[in-house]
Design a protein around this ligand. Structure first.
Ligand code: UDP
Length: 240
């Protein structure tokens, strides 16, 4: 089957790598994600990944404990590098060729982010993992996902969630009668303050007409289903 998309950006939160752990990254979970990504990549789809760091550190929790917010955020960005390296290792174990590109220079472990080089890697069939978010404090890896997706001309962002099928009218884990939303526009999602991605990231996608597929990462095979055109999760798109 011919895939619907030829270049995608997958956003994995730190939580997605945590599995059943309370903190950190679960090697079995990461291995399972790597297998899924590889399966889709084998269809000829170019894949870039932005990985979060919330399973290890969030700048806001540092700030809440009295730390300078920017310092906390830099720690958060470094946490994403740890996840990126773990993911790279797992992907290479299943036979993928990968590159980690970091928005903060750490040349011993990752390439610096250079847009044209990232695109070249993708064209050559390498899976590119973007680490360190945008490289700026006060942002999130959701914004990094939107920014990088636009820069590399990805056709869609696949926004992985855990334990929920997509976007709901309220958090289904807290509000039992929350309704699942099949399709919605960026503007409606912003106005209704729905949990797609943070406001900065969602605005960036809206302004540039970049569609987002929000889906449950816990159902194995969902990435492949979306890429093959199956209706999975919630589609956030202009005019949706
Ligand atoms: N962060 C940042 N700038 C960025 C991306 C991330 O300062 O461009 C910091 C921020 O402190 C954030 C942490 O890195 O809390 C981890 O990223 P995020 O919370 O987006 O991870 P996720 O929720 O996806 O696991």
């Amino acid at each position: 089957m011919k895939p619907t998309f030829s270049r995608i950006l997958l956003k994995l939160s730190g939580e997605a790598l945590m599995g059943d752990l309370a903190y950190g990254a679960d090697p079995d979970r990461i291995a399972a994600i790597a297998r899924e990504v590889k399966q889709t990549h084998d269809r000829g789809v170019e894949i870039a990944i932005v990985v979060g760091g919330g399973n290890i550190y969030r700048g806001l929790s540092g700030a809440a404990a009295g730390m300078d917010r920017a310092t906390g955020d830099y720690m958060g960005m470094l946490a994403t590098v740890l996840n990126a390296l773990a993911l790279q290792d797992a992907l290479e174990k299943v036979g993928a060729v990968t590159r980690v590109m970091s928005a903060i220079e750490i040349s011993e472990v990752a390439e610096p982010y250079i847009r044209r080089r990232a695109m070249r890697h993708l064209e050559r069939g390498r899976i590119v993992i973007f680490a360190a978010g945008t490289g700026n404090p006060f942002f999130t890896t959701d914004t990094a996902a939107a920014l990088r997706a636009l820069e590399i001309h990805a056709e869609v962002i696949l926004m992985a969630k855990n334990g929920v099928e997509g976007v709901y009218t309220a958090d289904p884990r807290k509000v039992p009668d929350a309704k699942f939303i099949d399709t919605i526009s960026h503007r409606e999602a912003l106005e209704q303050q729905l949990e797609v991605m943070d406001v900065t990231a969602l605005s960036l996608c809206m302004d540039n007409g970049l569609p987002i597929h929000v889906f449950n990462m816990d159902d194995e095979g969902n990435i492949d289903r979306i890429v093959c055109g199956e209706r999975v999760g919630t589609v956030v798109a202009t005019g949706g």
